[in-house]
Structure formats: C-alpha cells, structure tokens
Design a protein around this ligand. Structure first.
Ligand SMILES: Cc1cc2nc3c(=O)[nH]c(=O)nc-3n(C[C@H](O)[C@H](O)[C@H](O)COP(=O)(O)OP(=O)(O)OC[C@H]3O[C@@H](n4cnc5c(N)ncnc54)[C@H](O)[C@@H]3O)c2cc1C
Length: 430
C-alpha cells in the first residue's frame, strides 16, 4: 500500500466496538473529531453483551459483574441512564459447610497473604535488581480440606490455572466490592454507545503507518486517517489477525508471550421457578479438589441471576478450555450434574434449557481476557504504548489495576483517545 497524499478521510479510526472502542469513539467524537469505528462482528459490545433472545431474560454472555465498584467507570453512567444498578449481595453459600464464613474467612486471609507476598517480591526486586514474581500456585498450601476450594474461590475469575498466574499482577487489582446491573452489564455498555458512528461487519485486515497518518484496509475497502486506536484483544493481535506495516515491535511481541488470553466461560441454565432454592444472586460453591497440576475440574454458580430463574455455572482456566473443546453440552451437563449432587435429582425435572459460551472460539476475541504469567506484570504498559507514532492501542489488557475488566477497557479507551486528541492538536488539522 502506498501513500497517496496528505488529505485524510478521517481524523481518527477506532478498530473494535467493545468497551474500549466505544469509550474511545465517544471521546473522539465529543472532541469534535471526524471519527469512525470499524467492528468485525454484527453487533457492538465485544465481550460485554447482554442477550435476551436465548432465555427471554437478560443473559450476559460475557461480563456481568461491575467489579471494583469504588472506581468502576461504568457505574456512574449506568446510574445516570436510569438503569437498575445494585450491590452484589454478600450471601455466598458453600455446599458441605454449615457455616460458609469458614470459607470466606480463608479467602480473605489468602487475599491478604497474596498482597503481602507480592509486596515482598517487589521489595526483593528493588533490592536485587532481579525480576521477582511468584505464581498464584505458591499461595496454595494444604492447610485443610477446604484450602484448595478457598484458593479457587479466590482465583476462579482469573481465567487461568494457578501456576500460570502472576501474583504481582493479581495483587495490583483494585479490589473492593461488586455491583450488578439488572438489565445486564452488556446492555449498560450498549446504552453508552448510542449515537456513535459504527460500521459493523467490517473487519480491519491491515494498518499501515503513513507520514502523519495511517491507512486502514478493511473488508470493504481502504481509508486513511490521521490516527488509529486499535482495541482488539491480545489474542487477536498476537495471532496476527491484523497485519501491521511496519510490523509490531519486538518488545510488544515479547509482551504477548507473558500477557495472554485466559479462559472463563458461563454455562447458563434456565429452570422452572423455585428449582434452585437460594436467594437471587447467590454465589454457590462446593468442595473442589486439585489434580496433580493444580487444576480444579469444577467451578462455581451464580444462582437465580437478578431474581430470574437463570443460574450460571462458571468455569476457568484449563478446565474451562477442555469444556469448550468438548462442546456446549459438556459444560451444561457438568453444571447440571453438579447441581443434582447438591440439591438432588428433582432439579433435573425443572431444567428447561442451557447455553454455554466458548469465548476461545470467537474469531475476533480468542479467549476471555488477558492475564499475566508470573513475571509479566510489568508488561501491560508495553501493550498500551503507541506503535509507529499514529497507531494507538487500548483495551482491558493494558490497564493496570482494573485489568481484565470492562471498566479497565473503558478507561484505556478514554486514555488512548486523550493521547490522540493531544497528538492531533499538536500537529494541527490537515
Ligand atoms: C465470559 C466472560 C466473563 C467476563 N466477566 C466479566 C465481569 O464480570 N466483569 C468485568 O468487568 N469484565 C468481565 N469480563 C471481561 C470483559 O468482558 C472485558 O475485559 C472487556 O469487555 C474487554 O473490552 P475490550 O474493549 O478491551 O475488548 P473487546 O470487548 O474484545 O472489544 C474488542 C472488539 O474488537 C473487535 N475486533 C477484533 N478484531 C477486529 C478487527 N480486525 N476489525 C474490527 N474489529 C475487530 C471485536 O469483535 C470486539 O468487538 C468477562 C469476559 C468474559 C469473556
């Protein structure tokens, strides 16, 4: 592709209409720039999408929890839109324990031990100059029959196995409480996108740096812009779904080896009313046993979501990966049989239908979200750096503190938009 001149079609192009791309497009448009957002899929939202067709009630196919409520960037917009946002109830139930607080106390103490261990690693690194980081598996010490369950309860949402998870990356997480959106988190994200200029079903295949701009090749032709913000996942970027000219730098490629897509999936199960005898939004867990690689062949349940009759079986890491490979029935059956073990076989009679996600198989996502291998915690910043001046990046993977979340993606989208606005302001309009 050759440079054809200095008149650009757009001020800025955004690649991907997930949480980061929506935030970036909105900020660029608000700044008065001529912007367009290309999305490969036939809908916006990316990994934040609420489906109402499958079950007739809101089902978040991806993100559901508004994590880190005290700093969550979508909470205020959701409330301003008049959506029904509410704190996640603290009503966890552990099958097999009369007093579930035993498990939650252990989870809390693991969290604190993890923070302390991460701090020690950081201090060792400063003192010795040698990169120091442990894996989450190092937190797993067999103190009693529930200790592995506590580690997994603590770690389930990470989307990776304990030995391949950086303790320091995990410990950088903002923490705090979770909230829910009754209409669905994906619905909230979509509402923030109203009126923005999206072109759906338009995958971007090539991005070429030009003097003072970029050329973007899509499935429906080429356009030029003064800057681009790429919000595709690290799974998509690492597997060269988009070709860059010049090619991505070696340090970004090295970061792709350490910040990698994990696996986290839902097998949602719809029952007749009252079949799951728990309060709305109860987190239900049960005893998990490690195999010899520290993997649990099980998960947890979010029951009677937002007061509906939908219960979701949540799996993570290589077990989740194996279920995806086995097909949706495997995940649905595993979740259902586990509930039979807890509540008895009558629950099967009340089962209506299920739906299992397989995010690893989504061609424009390729996993759940980007976790860090031990030693990779410092690489998120590399992912957020610009390439060849005018090619900017944003997404959940490059946020430090709210990594792996919708809010982190949104904040990264805003950060990249600010960088572009500053860059274009410096160089003046063509
Ligand atoms: C099962 C699951 C559960 C989760 N649970 C939570 C949760 O409870 N709370 C939470 O905060 N987060 C959760 N997450 C993570 C959260 O969904 C993501 O961190 C966030 O949505 C990522 O936003 P993003 O904009 O960075 O990326 P994406 O949402 O992946 O957006 C990128 C977009 O780019 C598009 N794209 C990719 N390649 C191209 C191309 N070549 N051309 C054009 N478009 C392209 C994609 O189709 C996609 O729409 C969950 C994720 C999953 C999968």
């Amino acid at each position: 592709m050759a440079n054809t001149g200095l008149v650009f079609d757009y001020d800025a192009v955004v690649v991907g209409a997930g949480a980061a791309g929506i935030a970036a497009t909105g900020a660029l448009q608000s700044a008065g720039l001529k912007v367009v957002c290309f999305e490969a899929a036939d809908r916006i939202g990316g990994r934040a999408h609420t489906d109402t067709a499958i079950f007739g009630v809101p089902f978040d196919v991806g993100a559901h929890w508004l994590h880190n409520e005290h700093v969550n960037a979508l909470k205020a917009p959701g409330l301003a839109l008049g959506l029904d946002l509410y704190p996640a109830p603290e009503n966890g139930v552990t099958y097999g324990l009369d007093d579930s607080s035993i498990l939650w106390d252990e989870v809390d103490s693991l969290y604190n031990a993890g923070k302390q261990a991460a701090q020690e690693d950081a201090e060792t690194e400063t003192a010795t100059g040698r990169p120091t980081d442990r894996s989450l598996a190092d937190l797993f010490v067999t103190k009693g029959q529930w200790s592995f369950t506590a580690v997994m309860t603590f770690a389930l949402s990470i989307g990776r196995d304990l030995p391949s998870t950086s303790l320091r990356d995990m410990s950088a997480w903002a923490g705090g409480n979770d909230w829910f959106c009754r209409e669905g988190f994906g619905h909230l994200v979509a509402r923030t996108a109203e009126g923005l200029p999206f072109k759906l079903c338009t995958p971007v295949t090539d991005i070429e740096a030009l003097p003072n701009g970029v050329r973007i090749k899509t499935s429906s032709g080429e356009i030029t812009a003064r800057a681009v913000i790429v919000t595709a996942s690290v799974g998509v970027l690492a597997e060269d779904v988009i070709r860059f000219h010049p090619p991505l730098e070696a340090d970004r490629r090295a970061a792709f080896e350490l910040i990698t897509m994990g696996d986290y999936n839902h097998a949602a199960l719809l029952f007749r009313p009252g079949a799951v005898p728990l309060q709305p939004d109860t987190w239900l867990t049960y005893q998990l046993q490690p195999d010899d690689t520290c993997v649990a062949r099980g998960g947890g349940f979010l029951c009677n979501i937002a007061g509906t009759n939908l219960t979701s079986f949540e799996t993570s890491g290589s077990f989740s990966c194996a279920l995806q490979a086995a097909g949706p029935k495997a995940a649905i059956d595993h979740g259902l049989e586990t509930l039979v073990g807890i509540f008895g076989s009558a629950i099967k009679r009340d089962f209506i239908k299920g739906h299992a996600t397989a995010w690893r198989h989504e061609p424009y996502v390729r996993g759940s979200y980007a976790g860090s291998m031990p030693g990779g915690h410092s690489q998120r910043k590399v992912l957020g750096r610009a390439h060849a001046e005018r090619v900017h990046f944003a997404g959940e993977a490059s946020h430090v503190g709210q990594q792996c979340t919708v809010s982190g993606a949104h904040l990264e989208g805003l950060r990249a938009a600010k960088d572009v606005i500053a860059q274009l302001g410096q160089t003046g309009r063509p």
